[in-house]
Design a protein around this ligand. Structure first.
Ligand SMILES: Cc1cc2nc3c(=O)[nH]c(=O)nc-3n(C[C@H](O)[C@H](O)[C@H](O)COP(=O)(O)O)c2cc1C
Length: 226
């Protein structure tokens, strides 16, 4: 069995290794099996009620990459250079509302909740969406709920990439409307079932980042309540 302390050190090393890579080496390509490993850790990420309200688009098409580059200021230095470029889409309210066909299909065919328990389960989801989190007041609330969850695979994929020596950069620096328009024209939003949430560039750094990381002190951000 792997010693716990060396395992912890390995993980912390990966967290120090990971940084938001500003410029990628355009000559280096991530092996296919490594990229699949990273995406698999995104797929295995948790989500509220287990609904997996996301899709990962791996954008390797050069023409589309050029269009994205022009629409996203935050991707400067990452496109076209990054080896792999992933857009995380979030499902819209048409799929995440408690009574949507997507949820029905998901609880039946993916979660395998028996028909006789589905009513009770969906009532709980409805109550949560309507009263607890007030997600049914407008479309944006439900979309933002899905969007929040997409940041879990985002983080997991960046961390697991770092654990195998692959660099990444999360990207929110884009105009949502423009990006959605581009993706819609490509037929990637599936008639309004998806909308863009966040993007990630993966590849290999050109230069090392500043060391140490700029971070607040541990005691500044952690409060033990006893
Ligand atoms: C959700 C999110 C969106 C971000 N968007 C961008 C971006 O568009 N472009 C960019 O260069 N960096 C982006 N960053 C990187 C942050 O600036 C960076 O994570 C932060 O400064 C901490 O540095 P580090 O990631 O190198 O540790 C983003 C980070 C997060 C978490």
């Amino acid at each position: 069995m792997v010693d716990k302390n060396s395992k912890k050190q390995e993980i912390i090393d990966a967290f120090h290794f990971r940084h938001s890579t500003k410029k990628f080496d355009g000559n280096k390509v991530i092996p296919d099996e490594d990229m699949r490993f990273i995406l698999e850790t995104g797929r295995l990420s948790p989500s509220s009620f287990g609904f997996e309200p996301w899709r990962f688009l791996v954008i390797q098409n050069r023409t589309l990459r050029d269009k994205i580059k022009d629409a996203s200021w935050g991707a400067f230095g990452k496109l076209p250079e990054a080896s792999h470029f992933v857009i995380i889409l979030a499902r819209t309210d048409s799929d995440t509302k408690y009574n949507s066909p997507y949820i029905k299909d998901h609880i039946t065919n993916i979660m395998h909740i028996p028909e006789e328990f589905q009513g009770k389960f969906l009532s709980r989801v409805e109550e949560f969406q309507r009263d607890d989190f007030k997600l049914l007041d407008n479309q944006r609330s439900l979309f933002d709920w899905a969007g929040k969850q997409t940041y879990i695979p985002l983080a997991n994929m960046m961390t697991t990439a770092a654990q195998i020596g692959i660099d990444s950069c999360p990207i929110e620096g884009f105009n949502m409307e423009t990006m959605n328009q581009i993706l819609k024209e490509e037929g990637l939003l599936e008639d309004g079932h998806f909308s863009i949430s966040v993007m990630i560039a993966f590849g290999y750094r050109v230069e090392d980042p500043p060391n140490p990381k700029a971070r607040r002190n541990f005691d500044d951000i952690v409060k033990w309540v006893e």
